[in-house]
Design a binder for this molecule. Structure first.
Ligand code: ADP
Ligand code: MG
Length: 600
């Protein structure tokens, strides 16, 4: 068999509109589970797939099965996906919608408990191609006769072992028994306990078995760290890290081609010599970028896995996994780009809460621990900039003939009767005003990582694994000014506070401890958020959907008091929000007075 990693999505006979959507999403190559599932499912075979979270299972079943949907055929749903939780059902439905964006009139409907029956019944009446649901609620609809499975042509069991764990296995068995005998089934599970095997034996016909095991690989002397993504946008975390880490050249890995160019532009705007490296660039362009990296006219490349394969540039001291890879082998390939020619290397991995398991899998596959890292604080950055500035002074004194300036200063001193330190201070200000030594007033993000939970220890305790960690502050117990916002989702949509917190935290990167009171009304809700939300964060929130409903967020007055509407206040500073626009350099240039000193 050929190397999966060199395959392209276009090598598979996917429907043209599906392929186009994948192209637009910027996926460069299929992940291992995708490369194996696609041909089997496109041929109409059943699949029994063993793969953990974060390996790209949704596309693995959605792309081929959507390719086989008959869009013009109305009647009952043609495809049924069973997922263990409402969050997963919604996530899968949203992903399917994205993959099917060029299928005209395509409808996917998530169905789960806790939501009122109304919208689900309306959706089912209207006619849908795909239903994604939790087994319990699907059973409800089957019993009421509001969902018919006689048109079903494919069934997917997503995270089957989770469904087992949650006590859904009999429901799953029953639901499968009610689908037409000639339908296709794909069963995905991270583990294969006997009960899942039995389900597979009973309902799958001669399945193609796919196991994506993480083979163990040895990793050279590379110092591996991870940052548990929370409370701050990854981009801001990245810029802090780049500022404080001593790096010569760095390679930053992202998942999609689109992300390579986006991130490259953002880093360039922040003054870094950065460039994208992806499979859309022709060979000559890629070679040119790598050559510049070697020669040092470029310091950072932002790459996809494929484009970076085989890069051998001894200058690369850092590999930053901005997006976690979809398989453990990719991780090993990625970090192998540093520590070349006997030098040591640094690898940093960003891990979002739902990617936790991939972190564990990587550690297991490499047999090496990845240690949690503390994000550099504003004072770390100030220290770093101050040290660099002092170096600049020393260097100027060594390398320049300063006789002319000495005379000038002596004259100035005589004219104004001032001390040398005062004059030097004014000059230092002039020299650094475009890049303040004291960074702009941005939030000090506490390290509210998940490492504690990963240990299975008491999450509220500081357990000194990292002596430099900032002290943990009580959750929500902080006195911060909040503003009340209104969002257009309420009881009528079946929303619960956790859905809102989840969206704000995961989609907008606002740490849950900063999210104040949430009140849910019939057709809308209110949520208190720290005052001073930057416009770009607000714009991002404006685009948020929860349970498929656009939030259309608007300011509703000061926070803290329920129902206190009106009394609008313009946003003030930008505390509690990462300065996402990142144009903070030179912020203080006018007055030269930082609003807040990083240190007391
Ligand atoms: P799983 O269901 O295995 O946990 P998902 O299907 O949720 O994984 O995919 C994880 C993430 O990876 C999603 O953000 C998805 O958009 C992205 N992704 C999936 N396949 C690819 C690919 N081939 N290239 C780049 N990103 C991908
Ligand atoms: Mg999944």
């Amino acid at each position: 068999m050929s190397d999966d990693r060199t395959m392209l999505f276009s090598d598979f006979p996917l429907a043209a509109p599906i392929l186009r959507a994948v192209e637009e999403l910027g996926y460069e190559t299929p992940s291992p589970i995708q490369a194996k599932s696609l041909p089997a499912l496109l041929e109409g075979r059943d699949v029994l797939g063993m793969a953990q979270t974060g390996t790209g299972k949704t596309a693995a079943f959605a792309l081929p099965l959507l390719s086989r949907i008959e869009i013009d055929r109305r009647g009952g749903p043609q495809m049924l996906v069973l997922a263990p939780t409402r969050e997963l059902a919604i996530q899968v439905a949203e992903a399917m919608q994205a993959y099917a964006r060029h299928l005209p009139d395509f409808h996917v409907l998530p169905i789960y408990g806790g939501q009122s029956m109304e919208p689900q019944l309306r959706g089912l009446k209207r006619g849908v191609h795909v239903v994604v649901g939790t087994p319990g609620r699907i059973q409800d609809h089957l019993k009421r006769g509001t969902l018919k499975l006689d048109q079903i042509r494919s069934v997917v069991l997503d995270e089957a072992d989770e469904m087992l764990r949650m006590g859904f296995i009999d429901d799953v068995d029953e639901i499968l028994g009610r689908t037409p005998a000639n339908r296709q089934v794909a069963l995905f599970s991270a583990t294969m306990p006997d009960q899942i095997r039995r389900i597979a034996q009973r309902h799958l016909r001669n399945p193609v078995e796919i196991a994506i095991q993480s083979s163990t690989s040895t990793v050279k002397a590379i110092n591996q760290r991870y940052w548990a993504v929370s409370g701050m946008h990854k981009l801001d975390a990245l810029t802090r890290i780049l500022e404080v880490e001593d790096f010569d050249a760095a390679i930053i890995f992202v998942r999609t081609k689109v992300a390579t160019t986006e991130l490259a532009e953002k880093l360039e705007a922040r003054g870094y010599a950065a460039s994208a490296l992806n499979g859309d660039m022709n060979q000559a362009m890629r070679e040119k970028a790598i050559d510049r990296l070697k020669r040092g006219t470029l310091d950072i490349v932002i790459a996809t896995d494929v484009a970076a394969r085989g890069i051998d540039v001894p200058r690369i001291t850092h590999v930053i996994n901005y997006d976690i890879p979809l398989d453990t082998e990719s991780y090993v390939h990625r970090i192998g780009r540093t520590g070349r020619a006997g030098r040591s290397g640094e690898a940093i991995l960003f891990v979002a809460p739902r990617e936790r398991r991939m972190l564990t899998a990587i550690e297991r596959a490499t047999g090496q621990p990845i240690t949690p890292m503390r994000l550099p604080s504003q004072s770390d950055i100030a220290d770093k900039r101050t040290a660099a500035f002092k170096d600049q002074i020393s260097e100027a004194m060594e390398s320049q003939d300063l006789a002319f300036f000495e005379t000038l200063i002596e004259e100035y001193q005589a004219e104004h009767d001032l001390g040398l330190a005062e004059i030097a201070a004014a000059l230092a200000f002039l020299a650094q005003k475009d890049r303040p030594l004291l960074p702009a007033d941005a939030p000090e993000t506490p390290q509210l990582g998940f490492e504690d939970r990963r240990d299975g220890r008491d999450g509220g305790r500081d357990h000194g694994r990292d002596a430099n960690r900032e002290p943990r502050r009580p959750r929500g117990g902080e006195d911060i000014a909040r503003v009340k916002y209104r969002i257009e989702i309420g009881h009528a949509h079946g929303v619960q506070p956790k859905n809102i917190v989840g969206a704000l935290a995961n989609e907008a990167g606002i740490e849950s401890r900063y999210i104040g009171a949430i009140r849910i009304f019939d057709d809308h809700s209110t949520v208190d958020l720290p005052e001073g939300m930057p416009a770009d964060v607000f714009q991002q929130l404006k685009r948020l959907h929860v349970l498929g409903v656009p939030l259309d967020i608007s300011e509703a007055g000061p926070g803290g008091h329920d129902d206190d509407r009106g009394n609008r206040r313009p946003p003030a500073g930008n505390r509690r929000f990462a300065g996402r626009s990142g144009q903070d350099h030179g912020h203080h240039a006018g007055s030269g007075k930082p609003r807040r000193k990083p240190r007391g």
